[in-house]
Ligand binder design. Structure first.
Ligand code: PMP
Ligand code: GLN
Length: 383
């Protein structure tokens, strides 16, 4: 996490966004939207600030938001949550992930099984917790794990199986077989499933299936999500964890000493957002699907081999047909060659498996249509 001289190593996202600013390139690296979310949600936060919702909120979150989260899980997935015991508001999904890993593991004998490539905070938080990271590579054009490899990775040392579905950075949505196998293995080895579902509403060709809804999963599953992606407010950092009360209490025990509480005026606003009509939720998936298609067409035109994603903000494209052998070097030169920033998939992989993703690049599709079209026309110069 720190360089030899003690300076904090910037995350890949900070590094690539700085590169975009320095070079004036279009930033398809870091996944954040370039337009704010719904006006009524913005207005609700303004109102909350004006009405004095500016002091410490309650430890678990304000009651309106706890109820809205429980109702959302009921409405979309048929889950019955007790808002007072089964829900915890966190400083983004990031804090929920950190608090969960700190709470649920206890030293170097405890293993956390994660698919790779994976979101950067997972390995960092496993390291902060002093636990051991065990990764299972995603394979093939659709980035699914091999079920035998998964079964070999999960043992009695496994404390947590950490799943991210829809998946960053690949855009994969895991098959029902994969999710069922995760539940079966967790049950067999008495592990907890922590599932990061921040892209739950951003799926393109099939409904999202939360692991917590699978038979036998609820009692051992902690589900994490966030208002950042659903409402295009990534800077608000309102996330949440849901699950059985004992798991929520364990996460709360850590959360209260990480941030204590967070985001008072944003909490009622996200509560309002979670209650928006179905058209809103259908609309955000439809819009992002259309953006995925504009980006995909541009990448294909430029000569990339595109791995069409089933969900998330991201599209992975193979730069090998353009002659690239090293995506890291390809991405470092991309701003000067084409005025676009993207992130090499290797940045999300362990040294052991980096070779398997050597020529793959992640592009963010969560940008305005005109920005994606401009990026596509710039990338066309590569062809
Ligand atoms: N998990 C995944 C898979 C993500 O892509 C992101 C962020 N962008 C997060 C967690 C962090 O979410 P938040 O901003 O709510 O902390
Ligand atoms: N989740 C976003 C991404 O993957 C960025 C989050 C961050 O900057 N930490 O690009």
């Amino acid at each position: 996490l720190v360089d030899a001289d003690g300076t904090a190593r910037p995350t890949i996202f900070a590094e690539m966004s700085a590169l975009a600013v320095r070079t004036g390139a279009i930033n398809l690296g870091q996944g954040f939207p370039d337009e704010d979310g719904p006006g009524e949600v913005l207005e609700a936060a303004r109102e909350a600030i004006a009405n004095g919702v500016n002091q410490y909120p309650p430890g678990r979150g304000i009651r309106t938001l706890l109820q809205a989260i429980a109702q959302h899980q009921q409405r979309f997935y048929g889950l019955e949550l007790d808002p007072d015991r089964d829900v915890l508001v966190t400083a983004g999904a990031t804090e929920a992930i950190a608090a969960a890993l700190l709470a649920l593991t206890d030293g170097p004998d405890d293993e956390v099984v994660v698919f790779e490539p994976h979101y950067d905070s997972y390995a960092a938080c496993v390291a902060l917790a002093g636990a051991r990271l065990v990764t299972v590579p995603l394979r093939g054009d659709d980035f699914q794990p091999d079920l035998d490899e998964l079964a070999r990775a999960v043992t009695d040392r496994t404390r947590v199986i950490l799943v991210n579905d829809p998946h960053n950075p690949t855009g994969a949505v895991f098959s029902r077989e994969v999710l069922d196998e995760v539940v079966r293995l967790a049950d067999r080895h008495d592990a907890i499933i922590v599932t990061d579902e921040v892209y739950e509403h951003l799926v393109f060709d099939r409904p999202h299936v939360p692991i917590a809804t699978l038979p036998g999963a609820w009692d051992r599953t902690l589900t994490i999500s966030s208002g950042g992606k659903t409402f295009s407010m990534t800077g608000w950092k309102i996330g949440w964890a849901t699950g059985p009360a004992d798991l929520i209490d364990a996460v709360l025990a850590v959360k209260q000493f990480l941030t204590y509480v967070n985001g008072a005026p944003f909490q009622p606003a996200i509560a309002l957002g979670l209650g928006m009509p179905d058209e809103f939720f259908i609309g955000i998936a439809d819009t992002l699907r259309a953006k995925r298609d504009v980006l995909g067409a541009g990448l294909r035109e430029a000569g990339f081999a595109v791995r069409v994603p089933s969900g998330s903000y991201f599209t992975v494209a193979d730069a090998a047909p353009l002659g690239a052998t090293d995506a890291d070097e390809f991405c470092r030169r991309l701003p000067e060659r084409a005025g676009v920033v993207a992130i090499p998939l290797t940045a999300f992989a362990t040294p052991e498996h980096r070779g398997e993703y050597a020529t793959l690049v992640r592009f963010a599709a969560c940008k305005r249509f005109d920005v994606l079209e401009e990026a596509a026309s710039r990338l066309a110069s590569l062809a």
